[in-house]
Design a protein around this ligand. Structure first.
Ligand SMILES: [Zn+2]
Length: 110
């Protein structure tokens, strides 16, 4: 972990059991995860970035695309179909920076 950078966090996990994987052709569990990317600065979470969805086969561990999944589950690969948002604590650095700037201009800059 560096001083500044980004990490990915999981927001939601959906498991689909006994679905045929189009890559390995086995009946397996397919795991769909909704993730978000978080930028941090000096180990403080600063601001959340984009959300994205990943579907993985539990047998071959390959990432499945929208065309690989059956029509019943394709909607789960679109981020707009998930209502989960990044937690408030992921804005800690941004809120701290705004608070410090507000305090500076209110009390010290007069
Ligand atoms: Zn597979």
């Amino acid at each position: 972990m560096l001083i500044a950078g980004w990490r990915a966090f999981e927001l939601k996990r959906i498991s689909i059991n006994d679905e045929c994987c189009p890559i390995c052709k086995h009946n397996v569990e397919i795991t769909i995860t909704l993730n978000f990317r978080l930028y941090y600065f000096f180990f403080i979470p600063f601001i959340p970035d984009s959300r994205y969805v990943v579907a993985l086969c539990s047998h071959c561990n390959e990432e499945l695309s929208e065309a690989d999944l059956g029509p019943r589950y394709r909607h789960l690969l679109k981020t707009k179909n998930h209502k989960e948002k990044a937690p408030l604590r992921s804005w800690t650095g941004f809120i701290l920076l705004v608070t410090l700037l507000a305090a500076y201009y209110t009390y010290l800059h007069l």
